[in-house]
Design a protein around this ligand. Structure first.
Ligand code: AAO
Length: 515
């Protein structure tokens, strides 16, 4: 009896820390600013067959329309109501996407903007994506409805009403983040209203939520909201499944608010991960890949079973949020592919891959003055994601998740799931290798000289296709071959000027002996 009670208590506790991806699917992808219609197609034509577990989508609820600058991506972080209509699509299209993705085993994770509504400075009469009326000055959002009582204006103690000092936890939680009207989540009405929005999404079939600006909400208030959430839709999920929760908390150290305050609510974004990995791969601050031997908690990161990890996100790929100049993005594609491959090969954390759009980056005094630019569009209407004959994306979409090196490392992670970190090797500098039990092995050369080494892979003997330089197709390698001998050793040779100076092999990239 005691044992059963303990089990059910643990069951309840584990629930919101379970990503809810199908077994053997270990990665989600952020399809930043994509239309729902394109995401539905992408689930069916690419993500499901390639073993992706889910998609983080841009906020689906009604937002303010900003015309100066013209339709920035960040307007979607200024809610006007919880109606499901945005530039990505309407409610019917949203429902269709969730159903079609779930039907092929790819789940949808909603970016939930529940800390605030639109900016204080937005003028009355500004339009919104569903046409709902609102008046920010009067704190009036009749389509929810919220009124002045539902905001934290009376609680904030700064002169401007905005957050002025990140070392004061009260300001960070009770004042306005960059002027955004701060909801009073201590009120049951606000908690219930937010929970009702999230429950509607749960009923439609979503698998979980990214909680935007979680740092700016008291962990207890957020827990009160989460406690009101229903279990997931049993059309696609086992009975009594809780939504997966990952909270956006930026904690690079040195501020009063710590990621650990949020562990009881779910996973938390580990921003140190991308900042440090970028520093190492760029060889800044005396860092070298050999130091990655104890990557993870050994680097002062949060526990792996709470960490949502990523190389870059929609903010820090363009200088918003935190992480700084070290962050690797598609703009530095060679190092970026190495960074994403390292993340996907390494067991630490639950991984999210970024999928971006191009914009005309233009630096003035070290700042990208086009950091606001929204997705590819025609007169504000988001453009379709077109697919080129070589499977890459057109129309201005970058689609990092479709790059061979990244897509094949998603398979690597799925194959290596549950296997221990093993067979580390390094040259004391920037040549390193490691494996995952007897399922996969990866080797990097980020030095200025060639790598040539016999390494213990931990893999069974055989001929393997390197999944970075090519694919295994019809039991043949389109790229390099690696020969693992009976004792598990193999020879690796990587030029420092190789297009991709790393090699990865795994159980499923092994050629079968056809007699
Ligand atoms: C827009 C305009 C504003 C205008 C506002 C209201 O740009 O000028 O005032 O509308 O009218 C996004 C955009 C914002 C945009 C907003 C609303 O990024 O530019 O404002 O939509 O349209 C903080 C938060 C974090 C947040 C991040 C951007 O803690 O939650 O800022 N990210 C999320 C979303 C993001 C979104 C929002 C939240 C709002 O992902 O897309 O904003 O919904 C420190 C703190 C961090 C703080 C950063 C940036 O970081 O620690 O908590 O993030 O500052 O302010 C070093 C430090 C590091 C420090 C960093 C930067 O790296 O180690 O700790 O420097 O100083």
């Amino acid at each position: 009896m005691k044992f059963l009670l303990l089990l059910s208590a643990l069951g309840l506790c584990w629930a919101q820390w379970d990503p809810n991806t199908r077994p053997g699917r270990t990665v989600i992808v952020h399809l930043f600013e994509w239309r729902w219609a394109d995401i539905a197609l992408e689930c069916e034509r690419y993500l499901a067959p390639r073993g992706f577990g889910g998609v983080q989508i841009s906020p689906p609820n009604e937002n303010v329309i900003i015309n100066d600058p013209l339709r920035p991506w960040w307007e979607r972080y200024q809610p006007i109501s919880y109606k499901l209509c945005t530039r990505s699509g309407n409610e019917d299209e949203f429902r269709d996407m969730v159903k079609r993705c779930n039907d092929v085993g790819v789940h949808i994770y909603v970016d939930a903007v529940i800390n605030h509504m639109c900016g204080n400075g937005v003028s009355a009469g500004t339009r919104s994506t569903c046409g709902s009326f609102f008046n920010p000055g009067a704190r009036d959002f009749p389509s929810v409805p919220y009124s002045a009582w539902d905001f934290n204006d009376h609680k904030c103690r700064t002169a401007s009403g905005d957050i002025e000092n990140y070392n004061d936890a009260y300001q960070v939680r009770d004042c306005r983040l960059v002027g955004l009207l701060d909801l009073a989540l201590e009120k049951d009405y606000v908690r219930s209203t937010v929970a009702e929005y999230m429950n509607r999404l749960i009923d439609i079939g979503v698998a979980g939520f990214r909680i935007d600006a979680a740092k700016h909400m008291w962990p207890g208030d957020m827990k009160a909201v989460l406690d009101k959430l229903r279990h997931l839709n049993t059309t696609w999920f086992p009975a009594e499944t809780k939504p997966f929760i990952y909270q956006e908390v930026i904690d690079l150290g040195g501020e009063s608010i710590k990621s650990s305050e949020y562990f009881d609510n779910g996973f938390v974004t580990e921003f140190k991960y991308g900042a440090k990995l970028g520093t190492v791969l760029r060889k800044w601050s005396g860092e070298r890949m050999a130091y990655l031997k104890n990557w993870g908690e050994g680097w002062g990161f949060m526990p792996s079973n709470r960490a949502l990890v990523f190389v870059d996100n929609h903010d820090n790929q363009r200088g918003h949020g935190a992480g700084g100049a070290s962050i690797l993005t598609f703009w530095d594609s060679r190092l970026y592919k190495m960074g994403v491959a390292f993340m996907l090969a390494h067991p630490y954390g639950f991984t999210r891959v970024m999928s971006s759009f191009h914009w005309p980056r233009y630096f003035v005094n070290g700042k990208d003055i086009n950091d606001w630019m929204g997705p590819p569009n025609d007169d504000g209407v988001i453009k379709e994601v077109t697919i080129n004959p070589d499977t890459t994306c057109g129309n201005g979409w970058v689609c990092e998740h479709r790059w061979r090196q990244i897509r094949n490392m998603v398979t690597f992670r799925n194959v290596a799931d549950g296997q221990p970190f093993a067979n580390w090797w390094d040259n004391g500098s920037n040549q390193v290798a490691f494996g995952r039990g007897n399922k996969g092995f990866i080797v990097f050369n980020n030095d200025e000289w060639p790598l040539s080494a016999y390494l213990q892979t931990g893999l069974p003997a055989g001929t393997y296709c390197d999944v970075i330089s090519g694919d295994k197709i019809d039991n043949k390698c389109t790229g390099m071959k690696i020969y693992v001998s009976a004792d598990g050793n193999a020879h690796f040779s990587i030029s420092n000027s190789a297009e991709d100076p790393f090699i990865a092999i795994h159980e499923e990239s092994k050629l079968e002996n056809l007699h």
